[in-house]
Design a protein around this ligand. Structure first.
Ligand SMILES: [Zn+2]
Ligand SMILES: [Zn+2]
Length: 492
């Protein structure tokens, strides 16, 4: 990273601006480790966030530890700086907190209450705004809110809070997570370990239960359960209702149990749906490759407490009655993101898709219908509603069956949607002969298609794509220029 090299060694062709006097001063200070540690209390507060970042990038363990214990702000969003989990850095951060937990002589200026290790937080640099004296911007004010507000129900008040995401994959946490969990366990009295996002992927029940028992379930905002078989997953369901602040639930890849009676299976499914219906804050539901969704979408959606913002049903099978229900479901009336990619719609009544879209046209921001086996009739059915989706920023219609005539019509409609920043369209059927891609035709047609959009607005990110070529297993793309499949050129 050139920002941290000595200015004299910075090559002339560097496009980085020359370091400012402040940067040079910080770099010089960082080299004087003992000096900086002994004078941390004296340094201007405004200097600390940038120094922390430099020390973090340069892995100056001793300085980091000292800075954590002398941190003069309530929150340290260190997670925004973590690119790859690094155990030595984590140890230094936690050792810094240990000073505050154990020692009686408290660093004078220390105000630290929250060490945030997640990277969904605000930009690390924005805490500088707060350090500028007299900053009364709304942004600075927001960051001065007491930390308790973000953590609604953590039970007993603890002195310090460490915010993190956790991923249990095949019964294992990574090195950093393992260390953090042990560290927090040993300091239970003073540390609230606040897990915001929990992913449990293909793990034995006991490992999942162990983590459920060791964290506050009401702090979890996002839960992902992947690759679980239903009979084991069912043992986790009773814990779901304790996740009172859960706003995002991801269920992924649940195979059908084969050894159990249908009644047991039905019992587990009912238990899951009843738990989901009790979640008071659920706003985003992602369901990927779940066999028992088919035919009971109404049961999934009818009893939700709040209208959904995101509904993603991908690689699942939906019945006609599911689509029928979806098109009139009240709980999707404020939907912002709809993804039905991989759901086969070829046999569904095109009218339903049009009704569905009409219901959510005022709020919808992203619409993904990739590989749905849609035909001309489906596209024609959604056009009237689509042209009223003025909030749309992304559409994805890749890999569907559309004729050139209807595609042109589709583009004339999307051309009026001025907020679209990303648009993915399928190549028209005219670009295929049987299963083969007519590459020259594709190359020839795409500029013409693009011009339909350009007649109304300047498209930001637009791409046309063919199906996968059966000879080379690549597709042809056209964004602003053609990227053809990898077959030798004599191939059509
Ligand atoms: Zn919490
Ligand atoms: Zn090819």
């Amino acid at each position: 990273d050139q920002r941290h090299t000595c200015p004299i060694q910075t090559p002339l062709y560097s496009n980085q601006a020359p370091p400012t006097l402040m940067q040079l001063a910080r770099q010089r200070l960082l080299r004087e480790e003992n000096l900086i540690i002994s004078t941390l209390e004296e340094l201007p507060m405004g200097l600390l966030p940038a120094m922390f970042e430099e020390a973090f990038t340069d892995r100056r363990i001793n300085i980091l530890r000292a800075m954590v214990s002398a941190w003069p702000f309530p929150c340290l969003p260190a997670g925004t700086l973590i690119k790859d989990p690094h155990l030595e850095i984590l140890k230094a951060l936690l050792a810094g907190l240990d000073v505050l937990i154990t020692e009686k002589a408290h660093p004078r200026r220390s105000k630290l209450r929250v060490l945030d290790l997640t990277n969904v937080h605000q930009d690390f640099w924005s805490i500088r705004a707060e350090t500028q004296e007299g900053d009364r911007s709304p942004q600075a004010k927001r960051q001065k809110q007491p930390v308790e507000e973000i953590c609604p129900n953590s039970g007993v008040k603890k002195r310090f809070k460490v915010v993190t995401d956790l991923e249990l994959i095949k019964a294992r946490f990574n090195k950093c997570e393992t260390y953090l969990l042990q560290w927090a366990q040993q300091r239970k009295g003073s540390i609230h370990l606040c897990c915001r996002k929990l992913k449990i992927w293909d793990s034995p029940v006991f490992a999942a239960l162990q983590i459920f028992k060791n964290i506050d379930l009401d702090c979890i905002l996002e839960l992902q359960l992947s690759q679980w078989s239903l009979e084991f997953m069912a043992q986790l369901f009773p814990y779901l209702e304790q996740m009172r602040n859960l706003h995002t639930l991801v269920l992924e890849g649940i195979p059908k149990p084969f050894r159990f009676a249908a009644s047991a299976e039905q019992g587990w499914i009912s238990m899951l749906l009843s738990q989901i219906s009790k979640l008071p804050c659920l706003q985003n539901l992602y369901v990927y490759n779940i066999y028992f969704l088919t035919g009971c979408l109404e049961e999934w959606l009818r009893c939700l407490k709040t209208p959904l913002k995101t509904l993603s049903i991908t690689d699942c099978r939906l019945s006609q009655s599911d689509l029928d229900y979806l098109s009139q479901c009240l709980n999707i009336r404020e939907l912002r993101h709809l993804n039905l990619s991989g759901v086969v719609l070829s046999d569904s009544c095109p009218k339903l898709l049009g009704l569905l879209l009409a219901r959510i046209s005022s709020t919808l921001q992203t619409l993904e219908l990739e590989e749905c086996e849609m035909r001309d009739s489906h596209f024609i059915a959604i056009l009237p509603a689509l042209s009223h989706c003025f909030q749309l920023t992304k559409v994805n219609f890749y890999h569907n069956n559309i004729s050139l005539l209807v595609l042109k019509n589709l583009l004339r409609h999307t051309a009026k949607l001025t907020k679209l920043a990303q648009e993915l369209y399928p190549a028209p059927l005219e670009c295929y002969e049987e299963l083969r891609i007519l590459r020259n035709k594709f190359k020839l047609l795409c500029p013409e298609l693009l011009d339909i959009l350009r007649a109304k607005r300047q498209p930001k990110k637009v791409s046309f794509s063919t199906r996968t070529c059966l000879d080379c297993f690549h597709s042809c793309f056209f964004d602003l220029e053609a990227r053809l499949c990898l077959c030798p050129f004599q191939h059509i």
